[in-house]
Design a binder for this molecule. Structure first.
Ligand code: G6P
Length: 319
């Protein structure tokens, strides 16, 4: 069957995984793709049919909005798969097929390792679809799979520097407002970084595509606002660097996730956080972990319970 479109749905952290997945599907499989919150999707009248592949993403496979959105997709005759961590979940039962994360039990309410696992499965799915459709030849496929195998090592390099994040948390943990900026797939990672900070540190944080900064958030920049920018070396790094300069020009504090060795960008920011050079495919995995570490240490500093944040549930099974 010739797929015409891929629609990725999820809630919370899983929505951010869907947003990254959209980039992977378009780039690697060459299929038009979109990502949407399951809670919005379920109340629209989406135009989907047998040539639409709906991919639901969820750690639990039990989120009420996601499962309801899957039932809607089913009624409309879409091909339906789920990426989830929990086997025997409702999502796995409703879907035509399940791609399990096999990430093990995730204890913390805020998703972390399952976010990284979702991105990895989305890479595999995109490469698989790209291969099926003849978009990726054998050589390119092999190269991409080799790149994926480097993921754990690159994440390990970031984790090895956890003490840097702990000391940065002491410098910026008192800020009450954070703006996370990124472009491309890193716009979704910026949203995820802001969500993690909100969830476990109870700090007001916004995640924004950096190009949208001038359409509103720039009005908020002052010395009380901490901006966390994702500007690793990629095609969009220079554009994000311009945003960083705009923030600095208005007296804002800037923490930036940068590629090791990018001294030029480092000289523009207050606190550079260096990550290893990584292939484009892996970049969202590698930029995620610094933001998770930062939220973790800020939460500890503020005396928050990182595993059981107030008002949140691991799985939201009612509307
Ligand atoms: C709750 C959790 C979040 C999670 C979201 C979606 O809000 O607190 O951490 O991202 O549900 O959960 P799911 O199981 O569908 O990924």
């Amino acid at each position: 069957m010739q797929l015409e479109r891929v629609v990725l749905i999820g809630c919370g952290t899983s929505l951010h995984a869907a947003q990254v997945g959209r980039h992977y599907i378009e780039r690697l499989a060459g299929i038009p793709a979109e990502a949407e919150s399951a809670s919005e999707f379920r109340y629209r009248d989406p135009i989907i049919g047998p040539r639409t592949l709906v991919v639901s993403i969820g750690q639990s496979g039990e989120t009420a909005d996601t499962v309801a959105a899957m039932h809607l997709a089913r009624e409309k005759g879409a091909t339906l798969i789920t990426i989830c961590n929990a086997e025997e979940s409702q999502a796995a039962r409703v879907a035509d097929g399940a791609l399990y994360m096999h990430a093990g039990l995730e204890v913390g309410v805020a998703s972390t390792k399952t976010f990284v696992a979702s991105l990895t499965i989305l890479q595999l799915l995109s490469v698989y679809l790209g291969q099926l459709r003849g978009k990726l030849d054998a050589e390119t496929t092999r190269r991409l799979v080799d790149q994926m195998a480097r993921g754990p090592g690159l994440i390990g390099e970031v984790l090895a520097e956890a003490n840097l994040y702990s000391s940065l948390a002491r410098r910026i943990g008192h800020y009450d407002n954070f703006l996370f900026l990124g472009r491309g797939a890193n716009a979704a990672i910026a949203s995820e970084g802001a969500l993690k900070l909100k969830e476990i540190s109870y700090i007001h944080a916004e995640g924004y595509p950096a190009g949208e900064m001038k359409h509103g958030p720039i009005a908020l920049i002052d010395p009380e606002m901490c901006t966390v920018a994702l500007a690793p070396r990629d095609d969009l790094r220079d554009k994000t660097l311009s945003n960083i300069k705009e923030v600095k020009a208005r007296g804002g504090l800037v923490v930036a996730v940068l590629t090791k060795g990018d001294d030029e960008a480092a000289s523009e920011v207050d606190f550079p956080l260096f990550i290893p050079q990584a292939p484009d495919l892996l970049m969202p995995l590698v930029t995620t972990v610094p933001l998770q570490l930062l939220s973790y240490y800020i939460a500890l500093l503020r005396g928050c319970d990182v595993d059981q944040p107030r008002n949140l549930a691991k799985s939201v099974t009612v509307e």
